[in-house]
Design a binder for this molecule. Structure first.
Ligand SMILES: NC(=O)c1ccc[n+]([C@@H]2O[C@H](COP(=O)([O-])OP(=O)(O)OC[C@H]3O[C@@H](n4cnc5c(N)ncnc54)[C@H](O)[C@@H]3O)[C@@H](O)[C@H]2O)c1
Length: 243
């Protein structure tokens, strides 16, 4: 069976940057996404899927298990949830729960027999700095914090099987998802930029370089960790005035 890196939401933004770096490392990417990939990659299989639909996703995962050996998983797909506590629509919480928690569990359960047999696996969650708390983003932050907790527990459960599990918590990264909430030139865009110590927003490649390390065979001694790639945005609330 063909060995693959399964990436959810690998057609755009952070997922696409990780897909590009995986293929550059000589690995084949299985990209599950609603939208077609922005970039043609030589070693990528794209499958159109609405990953928020549990029934069709389970059927797809059953097919994948019979066809591919999934040795690496990147739980990247996500949705935002910018609501104050008094205005949280519970169906939005259902969506975030589905994409950020239920889906990674379904994928892990699908891939586990093959990873255990090969005594090798790499799992990377794309969480968020919002897990530490962010006004008007509590359901987003809470479901991203759940990713950090799954990471720690699975690392403990699976370490003896040769499987590592880590989370990456990006700060603000210029992608379509980010720009929908903070269009270039808006007050929010400038605010997000000012939150970083390095004075710039992240780009998808900032996340991909870290993912490349965690997905590599040499990173076995790093497991159960959440690593922030955020230009320093996660370590304080009072950046210096503009340089
Ligand atoms: N951009 C940021 O500032 C930032 C910061 C922290 C964390 N994150 C997280 O990084 C991850 C990727 O975000 P991004 O900014 O690259 O987003 P993006 O919108 O650029 O890309 C998301 C991809 O997911 C796909 N997708 C969305 N819903 C889907 C569904 N139901 N089924 C299948 N595919 C679906 C989209 O088609 C798209 O290709 C998300 O989990 C997000 O929460 C992003």
């Amino acid at each position: 069976m063909q060995e693959v890196t399964l990436i959810t939401g690998g057609s755009n933004g952070i997922g696409a940057a990780i897909a590009a770096s995986e293929t550059a490392s000589g690995r084949h990417v299985l990209n599950l996404d609603l939208a077609a990939p922005q970039a043609e990659l030589s070693s990528q299989t794209y499958i159109k899927a609405d990953l928020a639909n549990r029934v069709s996703t389970q059927a797809l995962l059953n097919e994948i298990a019979g066809k591919y050996a999934v040795s690496r998983i990147v739980n990247n797909v996500g949705a935002t949830g910018g609501f104050g506590i008094d205005k949280i629509p519970l169906d939005r919480l259902d969506l975030l729960n589905e994409l950020h928690i239920v889906l990674p569990i379904m994928i892990m359960q699908m891939a586990l027999p093959s990873m255990r047999e090969r005594r090798f696996g790499r799992v990377v969650f794309i969480s968020s700095g919002a897990a530490k708390g962010r006004p008007n983003a509590s359901i987003y932050g809470a479901t991203k914090a759940a990713m950090m907790s799954l990471t720690a527990s699975w690392a403990l459960e699976l370490g003896r099987d040769g499987i590592t599990v880590n989370a990456i918590a990006p700060g603000p990264v210029q992608t379509d998802l980010f720009l929908r909430g903070a269009p270039v030139g808006s007050a929010n865009y400038e605010h997000q930029k000012s939150r970083t110590a390095i004075g710039r927003l992240g780009v998808p490649k900032d996340v991909a370089v870290l993912a490349a390390f965690l997905l590599g065979a040499d990173s076995e001694n790093v497991t159960g960790q959440t690593i922030f790639t955020c230009g320093g945005a996660s370590i304080g609330q009072s950046p210096l005035p503009p340089y």
